[in-house]
Design a protein around this ligand. Structure first.
Ligand SMILES: Nc1ncnc2c1ncn2[C@@H]1O[C@H](COP(=O)(O)OP(=O)(O)OP(=O)(O)O)[C@@H](O)[C@H]1O
Ligand SMILES: [Mg+2]
Length: 444
């Protein structure tokens, strides 16, 4: 620009004036393109989620004959993404047009002014040629600026989306100075524990209102309550998968918040309600949480024992035995088989506190009986909290805790509760009903 000005200030000024409409357009483009980028990236994300869900749920979709409907939904989503992309491209195109057309127009005008100036002798031909040479050199970068700005804005949007996730704080972390518990007695206590799911806080009453529960060392306690009463939620508080909103959870007498997180979770093993197995060998799945200090021989013994307790003998008759691959690239297991592998995994972790969320629900009565028998031996020395949906599972326990309206309504032996607590009788009666058809089936 300085060179242009030194050759002819009028032509220099003209070129500079051209940058005003470009600047205004660039400002508008920035806002529009940013909004369009965000929308298109969000829509692409939603579309990917929809595809993933349909692939996972392909059986449900087929079984309910909802294929065409789902396809229609996909089409609508894809269409709006397409429209957003086109709108985005139009915004970019309109900006590129400005960035190219404005300098070219300026040059056109400049040519007339330049020729007039050369004609009346105020500008030399050499200076006019130099001016156009300089303008040609500048034009390239100015035109490139449009594309560059578009790419920068897209990248910025993607970065924003990335950091929205990455910057979300994880509140469940080890304390700065974790404490080592004194005596590992195996006790579990919940004191005035309150819990509400974060998104429902304030708008709903807490799932757990005031839980007071003590599981003595080595004791097996069953947790009973109607469906949706918060049993699984309560279990999640023990390995600190959720943080209690108020109150204390104590393991070996020490608040879970004072534990080093990894250490806390090696003390506790969980078998969840929805059994998740990994695409790996059965052996790896069962020994997932096994103590790292064991040698090959001990690991093998542990595997055999855990499979035996969980009555998962079916594993030995598989093509490659316990080395059979399961999951996406391997064999599919039945619901009851999966549940037994998950139970074996919890047992093989050799925890001091065992947390089982309805671990026998998918088993037939006979297998359940065998597992219960074996489990009783294993549970003898381990503090256990077991969610029970069947009276036979309740029988495993030394004491039963009844969860009702976010509180522990009563604690006692099965027979004691049965004779003293109306709600317990109600819950057990509904459990009994559930079991009847299965029991009948078995006796036939
Ligand atoms: N991640 C979550 N976010 C919000 N609410 C949840 C979440 N998980 C569970 N809930 C709600 O908390 C309540 C208790 O759920 P929970 O899974 O603990 O019940 P449950 O006693 O284990 O039931 P079930 O016997 O059917 O397994 C339910 O009303 C449920 O809708
Ligand atoms: Mg549950």
């Amino acid at each position: 620009l300085i060179l242009m000005f030194t050759h002819s200030w009028i032509l220099g000024l003209l070129y500079l004036l051209g940058s005003i409409p470009i600047a205004i357009k660039a400002y508008r483009f920035r806002n529009e393109y940013r909004a369009a980028s965000r929308l298109s990236q969000d829509q692409a994300g939603d579309l990917a989620t929809a595809v993933e869900e349909s692939v996972h749920g392909i059986r449900v979709i087929k079984a309910f004959g909802r294929g065409p409907h789902i396809y229609e939904g996909f089409n609508t989503q894809a269409k709006s993404l397409q429209e957003t992309e086109i709108a985005k491209a139009k915004t970019l195109a309109s900006f590129l047009l400005t960035v190219v057309a404005v300098p070219e127009t300026i040059l056109g005008i400049g040519l007339f002014i330049g020729i007039a100036q050369v004609a009346n002798g105020t500008l030399s031909v050499g200076a006019l040629v130099a001016y156009f040479a300089i303008a040609a050199v500048i034009a390239g970068p100015v035109e490139g600026m449009g594309m560059l700005l578009g790419m920068t804005l897209s990248t910025k949007t993607a970065l924003d989306r990335h950091f929205e996730v990455m910057d979300s704080a994880n509140d469940i972390v080890s304390p700065e100075q974790p404490r080592i518990p004194g005596e590992r007695d195996g006790s579990v206590q919940l004191r005035h524990v309150r819990f509400a799911y974060p998104d429902t806080a304030g708008t709903h009453r807490p799932i757990l209102a005031d839980i007071d529960l003590e599981i003595r060392p080595g004791e097996t306690m069953a947790l009973v309550g109607i469906t949706g009463s918060g049993k699984s939620t309560l279990l999640n508080l023990i390995p600190r998968l959720h943080e209690a909103t108020a109150g204390e959870v104590l393991i070996h007498g020490q608040n879970v918040k004072d534990w080093e997180l990894d250490q806390l979770r090696t003390e506790i093993a969980v078998a969840f309600e929805d059994t998740t197995l990994f695409s790996s060998t059965l052996r790896d799945n069962v020994l997932l949480g096994a103590p790292a200090s064991l040698d090959e021989h001990e690991r093998e013994a542990l595997l055999t024992e855990a499979l035996d307790v969980a009555q998962a003998h079916f594993t030995y008759s598989l093509p490659q035995g316990v080395d059979t691959l399961i999951g996406e690239e391997g064999l599919s297991l039945s619901g009851g088989q999966r549940q037994r592998i998950a139970l074996a995994r919890a047992i093989a972790a050799r925890p001091s506190v065992l947390v089982l969320d309805d671990p026998l629900s998918a088993l037939d009565v006979r297998t359940e009986e065998l597992v219960t028998e074996k489990l009783r031996e294993v549970l003898a020395g381990t503090t256990t909290l077991i969610v029970a949906h069947r009276p036979s599972t309740v029988m495993l326990a030394d004491r039963v805790a009844l969860l009702r309206d976010g509180r522990i309504d009563a604690v006692g032996s099965h027979t004691h509760l049965l004779s003293t607590n109306e709600h317990y009788r109600f819950v057990i009666a509904s459990l009994d009903d559930e079991e009847l058809p299965i029991a009948e089936e078995a006796s036939r």
